[in-house]
Design a protein around this ligand. Structure first.
Ligand code: G4P
Length: 530
């Protein structure tokens, strides 16, 4: 992050981020308010269709509505002030770690939402660890301050201790629960008052000459003011002050307190992301990294989503632009196949609607409709053979065999399974021996999701059944050694959905045996998507 050249203004104003949180902390509500302020929608209610389960329109599946979980990730763009925000939605359920991991490779920062009454919950912790792997800058929003919440110091301590990150208050809440009146904006010496009557209104903001300004007493009831002044003195002594460099290297998180439901604190958070959040960052790649200011366009696929619109069997590859200025109609090289692709119908995701992207810059996320050429991990460039790295595929932890309810429909099933494999929703293995498929996932709920999607999107009832195998490893090594190994272990060998050879195992013992008997063969639990 040091000694970076100044970015072209169009790139410098981009903020590409994800929200990480535990279910129910308020991610959906906060997203709505971002979009509301960003002018992407007229009224917050448009995102949360009335009477329906509480999901944004970015979620589209029946399953999600029924189960109240967010299975798919999508991207939304909106402007606020001078900035362009690209929000990449992370799948919320703990089962979808691989998908989530890849989503987080496409962002430069994360907003961590916690519930003021509950503090750091399990899913937040897990997602935080993933962000830490990449030293992603994190901004924290402590939500639901309109309700009974924990003591402010306690919340901050918990984050510092559980997540081992320095926390600096960007705002400080005044009053608790019913008595909560708003926050003091520490960074800008302002009092922000919450309007409980109008949930979509931007809070009233009053400027002061620091916390000693006697004018504060005109706006804050005496008993609350006294407590606030005491707390803020203590905070000054005990907590670090905001250091922008530490925020950017991921070792410090500023925290804002607010209430997404009441649109309170949201604007300050957005401003914080603009001021302290990172610009589009350098992307690691082979044989060289890609810098956002490079004039040539490069980007990579971090997500593929099929059947976004059940009426059109399209697939959309979500591409994070790593460099340059993209214009519609450009011809880009698909590095894996070395073929050129004319990108004629790229889409930008604006709240509820897709729109043709006439242009896009480094940092943006565009959707490219395609018929399956684009896979997760693929790199697109203006000709140079660069490959983005760091988008892993993990060996599935659960395997089941999958059969079509109607045996005549085996071919259809194969097509459906391959499609989901390309989305990254599952791994599909075709064993050398026997018919049928073995499907591998990271979390058990994914089998249910798959079964329901195959039925919904392909009209194909399927059965998942236990398999004799419990795990899979990719096979690597010199061709001769691998061939010999494969020939001698056919009953364990399968090919994955990319055509790569895997070794299906029943027990750890199987793996130990290979390590012992075939020293020239390597079994791996991850492979780079390429
Ligand atoms: P999620 O996406 O992180 O799962 O959370 P979501 O935004 O759906 O919010 C979870 C619940 O918390 C919702 O209530 C939502 O209205 C409520 N909520 C969000 N922000 C605030 C806030 O600032 N204050 C309070 N008091 N509540 C908040 P629900 O009853 O589950 O759904 P709904 O009936 O309100 O739609």
């Amino acid at each position: 992050m040091t000694n970076r050249p100044e970015l072209p203004p169009e790139i410098a104003r981009r903020r590409t981020f994800a929200i990480i949180s535990h279910p129910d902390a308020g991610k959906t509500t906060l997203t709505e308010k971002f979009l509301l302020y960003g002018g992407a929608i007229q009224m917050a209610g448009q995102v949360r269709a009335k009477g329906e389960a509480r999901r944004t329109r970015s979620d589209f599946m029946q399953m999600e509505k029924d189960r109240g979980i967010s299975v798919s990730a999508s991207a939304m763009s909106f402007d606020f002030g001078k900035y362009r925000y690209n929000l990449v939605d992370t799948p919320g359920h703990s089962d979808f770690s691989e998908d989530t991991y890849r989503t987080l490779t496409a962002v430069d920062a994360a907003v961590m939402v916690i519930d003021g009454a509950k503090g750091v919950e399990s899913q937040t912790q897990k997602l935080f660890e993933v962000c830490r792997l990449r030293d992603l800058p994190i901004l924290t929003f402590c939500n639901k301050m309109d309700r009974e919440s924990r003591d402010t110091f306690e919340i901050i301590d918990e984050i510092q201790e559980n997540l081992a990150i320095d926390v600096t208050p960007a705002s400080w809440p005044i009053g608790v629960g019913r008595e909560f009146i708003g926050c003091y904006d520490i960074l800008r010496d302002r009092l922000e008052l919450m309007d409980r009557a109008d949930r979509n209104k931007i809070a009233e903001s009053i400027e002061f000459n620091g916390i000693d300004d006697p004018k504060l007493a005109e706006h804050v009831p005496a008993h609350l003011l006294e407590k606030f002044l005491e707390e803020i003195e203590m905070a000054k002594e005990l907590l670090p002050t905001l250091d922008p460099a530490s925020v950017l290297n991921g070792s410090m998180t500023p925290i804002w307190f607010g209430s997404a439901m009441n649109s309170f604190g949201v604007k300050e958070l957005m401003d914080g992301l603009a001021t302290y959040g990172p610009e589009p960052q350098v992307q690691s790649a082979e044989p060289r990294n890609i810098a956002p200011e490079e004039s040539k366009v490069a980007g990579f696929v971090f997500k593929v989503q099929a059947n976004m619109d059940p009426k059109h069997r399209d697939r959309v590859a979500f591409v994070r632009l790593a460099s340059g200025h993209f214009e519609r109609g450009m011809k880009l090289t698909h590095v894996r196949s070395k073929k050129q692709m004319a990108i004629t119908n790229p889409v930008l995701f604006l709240a509820s609607d897709r729109e043709l992207a006439e242009e896009a810059w480094a940092g943006d996320i565009i959707g490219i409709p395609n018929h399956g050429q684009l896979r997760i991990g693929d790199t697109l460039t203006e000709g140079e053979a660069i490959r983005v790295t760091g988008i892993p595929s993990f060996a599935p932890e659960l395997l089941q065999s999958c059969r079509a309810g109607d045996p005549m429909k085996a071919k259809h099933l194969e097509k459906a399974l391959m499609q989901f494999a390309e989305e990254g929703a599952a791994k599909v293995f075709k064993p050398t021996f026997g018919s049928g498929f073995i499907v591998g996932v990271v979390g058990a709920l994914q089998f249910e999701v798959l079964a329901s999607r195959i039925e919904l999107e392909y009209g194909l009832p399927v059965r998942f059944e236990g398999s004799q195998f419990t795990s899979a490893r990719w096979v690597a090594g010199e061709k001769d050694a691998v061939d010999k190994f494969v020939a001698a272990n056919k009953q364990h060998i399968a090919t994955d959905n990319d055509g790569d050879t895997v070794f299906l195992t029943r027990l750890q013992w199987d793996i130990d045996r290979v390590v012992r008997d075939y020293p020239d063969v390597k079994l791996t639990a991850t492979k780079e998507m390429m």
